[in-house]
Structure formats: C-alpha cells, structure tokens
Design a binder for this molecule. Sequence first.
Ligand code: NAI
Length: 720
Amino acid sequence: VQTRAEGAVTASVDGDTRLATLTLQAPGPVNKIDVVLRDGLDGALAWAISQPGLRGIILASGHADFCVGGDVDRLFLERDPAVMMARVRALHACFLRLERCGVPVVAALAGSALGGGLELALACHRRVALGDPSVRLGLPEVTLGLMPGGGGTQRLPRLVGLGKALELVLQGTVVGPSQALQLGLVDDVQHTADEVLGAARDWLVSGPAAGQRWDLEGHAAPPPGPGTAEAHALVAEARERLQRKAAGTLHGPAGALEAMAEGHALPLDQGLDVEATHFVEVACGHQAKDMLRTLWYHRRAADKHAGLPSTVSLGVQENIHRVGILGAGMMGGALAWVACRAGYQVVLTDVRPGAREKAGQRFHALTEKRAGHLGEGGRAALAARLRVVADAADLAGCDLVVEAVFEDLPLKHAVTREVEPLLAPGGIWASNTSALPITELARASAHPDRFVGLHFFSPAEVMPLVEVVRGRATSDETLARALALCRRLGKTPIVVNDGYGFFTTRVFSRYLLEAADLVAEGHDPARVESAARAAGMAVPPLQVFDEVSLSLVRQATPHEEAFTGRRRDTAGFALVCKMVDELGRHGKAAGAGFYDYAEGKRQGLWPGLRDLATPRPGHATQGELGHRLLLAQAVEAVRALEEGVLQRPRDAEVGALLGIGFASCTGGPLSYLDRRGLPSVVAELDALAAGHAERHAVPTLLRDMAARGERFFADGVVPA
Ligand code: NAI
C-alpha cells in the first residue's frame, strides 16, 4: 500500500487490487467543504490517478460523518459576488475532475452527508451508505436561506428524476439511509462501516463503467425527459407550492427551482453555470445572511443553551423520570406523546372522560404517523410509557407536572394547590400557559422556586420551540433542569423573563390586532390577508385570528391591560369587541368570525366586515400594508427587550421564526428593523404615531439606538 497525504485528504493505493482510497479528514472535528478540503481532494486525486494501473477510487471519511456541508462562516461573511463566483466555479471544477477522472468512483458513506457533502457524493458514480439511523442524507440548504451550490441542483434530477429532486431540494428534506435507498439517493446500504467499505470495493472490483450512469450508452434517465410537457408541469407545480408556502418570498428555494428547471434541459457543464449564477445571487444577498444568522448561529446557540444555567455548571441532575400532564386537551394530549417519545414515563389526566379518550386515540394516531421507523416493538414500548388516569391523585410521585388546563387564573391556582403537594421531593411544576404571568400563577405554589413556564406551541409534536418562562422566584436549578428536559424532548428553547404574554404571545397578539386595526381603518380585509402573506408571514392574520378565536382575544385583552397597564383600546380592538359582543362572531369554532364558515370549512371573508370600518382608507400599497404588520410586531419585540422580558436579542429572532411564523425571509423582527435602518423606522413610527395612536410610540431603546447609529446585529460579524 502506498499512501500520500494532501492536506485534508489522504490517498492510499493498494498494490494488489489497484484501488485507491481517498480519505477526507479535515483538521477540525468534521469535514466541511472549504478551500482546504477542495485543495486536498484535488491533490489526492491527481496523485491517485497518476498511479499505474489504477482501477477505481473509494471516497471515504476519517471522521464520524462523511461531510456535513459547506463552510457556513465563509458563506455568511462573503458578500462579494465575484469572489463567491470564483469559489463556486472552483468547487464545480474540482467535482467535475473527480467525476471525469477516468476510473469508477464510489462514495463510502459511513456517516452523514449533508449539503455540499452530499453534493460531493453525487459527483461519485455510486453511493454506499451505513444503515444506521444516525446517518442523515440530504440537501437542507433552503432551510437556512441558501440553495445547493455544489452541483446538487443538476446531478440530483439526473439521478432520481426531476420530480423527486424538486421535492427534496425545495423542502430541504433530510432522510435516513433506508429512505435514501428508496429514493435512489444511495445505491446500497450496509450494516457496518467495514461492510460499507467492502461493498464499495466489491463494486469497483466488478469492473463497472467509469462515469455517471446518465452519461452511459443505453442508460434510460429517470423520467420525465427534458423539455417534455410532464417536466414543465412538475416545474409549474413546484413553483405553485413555493408560492403557497411562503408567497415566493424565499430566494433560496426560488433560485434552486430555476436552476433545476433550466439545467434539466442543458448539458451538465452549462447546468452548473446556471446553478452558480443563482447560487451567488442568493448567497450574497441580505436575505441569506439574515436567515443564516438566525437559523444557523442563533438557533444553534439556543440549542446549546449558550449563556444559560446548565445542570453541568450547577452540578445538579435533571432528575426527571416521570412526567405528569394535567389537562388532556389540544396541548396536553400532544405533549404526552412528545414526552413518551423522548423516553419519559407519562401520566396523563383530565376531568373530562371524553378528553381522556380522545387523547388516547390521538396518541395512537401520532404513533402510527410519526413513529413508523420504530418498528412494532418500539411502538409498543412507546405506548407502554403512557398511563391515562381519571384521578389526579395518580399523579403522585411525578418529578415534573406540566399543567395544561384551560387558560384561567383561578382554575390554574386551584389545580396547583391540589396537585403540587403530590410531586416527588424536589419536583418541578410547569405551566403551559400562553400568557398568564408565571409569578402570578406561582402565588398558589408552596415552592415558587420550582415553578416555571414551559410554553409549547401547537401542534406540539411538530413545533420546534419552547418558550421557557422564568418567574420572579424560579431558581437557576429549576431552569437548568427544565432546559435539560427541553433537550431530551428535542426542542429549541428561548428563556424569557416573566411578563404578560411573555415574548411570543405578546408579539403575536400585536400581529392580530394590527390586522384588525388596518381593517378598522378601512383597508380592504382581503388585501390585509394577502399583504401579510406577501410579506412572508406564515399565516394570514384574520384567518388565524378566527382560529385563536376573537372571543379569547376579547377576554384576554382587559386582563393584559390590568397586568401590564398597557392600553389596547384601538379601533381594531373595538371592532373585535363589536363582532363578539353584538354580532356573535366569535371565530372559527363558532362558525363565524372574520370569515364565514360552512360545516367548519372556511368559505370567504365575511362581506359585512367592510361595513364596520371607517370608510376612509388612505391608500396603501400591498408592500406598505405588509410592512405595517411586520413593524407592529418588531416594535413589540423591542419593547420586550427594553423591559427585560427578552434577555438577549437572539431570542427574539429564534422565537419569532420558530414559534409564531414570523416572516422567515427577514431573519426575525429585529433583523427586519436593522435592514430597514433604525433611523428611518423611527421617523416612520413618529409619523404613524401622529396619525394613529400611542401604539406606534417609539420605544426609547429604539430611538437611542437609532441616534447612536447602532444595530441589533452587527453586519459581517459571525455571531458569538
Ligand atoms: P383545551 O381546552 O384543549 O384543553 C384543556 C383541558 O383541560 C380540557 O380537556 C379540560 O377538560 C381540562 N381540564 C380543565 N380543568 C381541569 C382540571 N381541573 N383537571 C384536569 N383537567 C382539566 O386547551 P389547550 O388548547 O390544550 O390549552 C391548555 C393550556 O395551554 C392553556 O393554558 C393554553 O393557554 C395553553 N396553550 C395553548 C396553545 C394552543 O395552541 N391551543 C398553545 C400554547 C399554550
């Protein structure tokens, strides 16, 4: 065996088999696609193919993962399109040299291959993966505001067909090995890392052709063929899906779509050029930077609980084994499943037999839908962790109780008094309230230091965020244990201080009420809805107002005023009151709200709505309406920061994107303000405050920052 080290890649050639192995082993903990790896690959490849009688190449990794993707820091910092273009072209050229090196090349994927890492594997002629559930394969770039830039938009459609490729790339889907095999992303799955290498070797020894299958004589490419009606239809459908999902606001998936649509009918080299053009435009733009900052850096910091008390730093244990859930409604039912999936023993109770029964059925349905990969034994073990009980006394001995009964302060006090004494020694009480101050709730507690808010979002089995709320007396230890629980549940936490509506509910209710205000001011309700979508909001405000229910907001707002001293007596709130109190339009569940409903199905906006408005709309463009809706939320986020509800700006961004569907194209409410420029936002708010109401009053923090020329997030600096 002869070996040669070329920086991050080591090549070896077996004298007997004449097979080369190129092992990616970048100096850091993982392989990522950067200049060092690229140069290493080029050097190692050049050396290997210069060896006489070479029969094939295995591309493998010396790290646990195969390759986890691009160098995010470089992508985040680089703004010069010319520099970015040069790097992309160099990467394409490197992958092409590998693909066209003259001998067959196989990727041995004994660990995850993501983004640029999978694109490298796609430039090989065959892929063998390790059949371990920890192995993740996919092109998740669009979920971070980017698009594939290492040939993925060109090679994937040629490999698996345009339809599947569009789906995978535009959703950023990441799959395990067995699904990857089904999809055709990999060709073979083996049980051990040695078997992966063995299978790769066997394939090379069998004397396969040296080239991509789509270039081979007589190989039928997966349908549809380039330029066919079917191909056009797939592209049109994908375009429509993007439109439906984020109203075309996201540049990453849009660029990927165009690159796949154009490239499908072009020779590979030209297709790669098309991809490069779109990639550079996307990756150098503001949107990619703002989304990367929140969805990569800030989310990872939140997942690491950076800057927060931890069980390790405090020298304590999570010590939560049995979880009690009080209230088996919409939230409690789903939370029971989430906790069982994470391995906790769960006791679920509700006063209503119907709720208990329904929660049981729901548990079963969730298991069927989301735990198929566990196999029969795994699913049975999951079900065995749940105990549904009629008597709250059976919650005795739980290490944590999550209270998810109706949003009603006296009721929550009553159940706290009744059930808290049943906790195991040192047990924690958590409320899933969406707005009631934790300090108020904890008045009924004998141990307010072990009382915390765990605000989950619906549907809890899907939504990644937990807003952890610290009451005035909540201890560091309780917080650290709650965070450890969040980690086991697989949730991303933001930790906020107490205050009515915390952060997320407070900002979200501003969204709803700003929409009501716009309608009350005479703006066309349909335009308000479409403006919100066009601005990138996940759901239109009047639609979701109906789902939350007008009566809930109607009831909660006076509470909020009482708790906070903030006045909410806007024209929009008056309109909501009128709809609830005089017209009986309580929302979706009641069959009438901003929309009309027939058999629970949304029909159209209620025609009578326009008559409730002042018929004096100053004309506003769709962009202006959308901006008002985002601005209202962003200003509320600044207030939450100013009042100390938010401890750090990053939580505003993570919370808004992951919890309440704030326009992800902006990176978050504070990023949005930064991008608009704080001085111009202040001037605009001053003008609005003059015309409308105190709700547009500029927070002092914002005015001061604008005056000092500051921003919430420095541009061009990798967040700490
Ligand atoms: P829900 O109305 O679906 O369920 C509440 C359940 O609590 C009902 O099944 C009821 O029978 C039960 N319950 C009432 N009194 C009880 C008692 N004394 N002992 C045991 N069970 C009792 O309500 P949902 O939507 O699940 O909300 C629960 C809590 O979660 C509320 O505080 C709400 O603000 C909060 N929340 C709700 C979200 C949502 O999207 N629905 C999101 C985040 C938080």
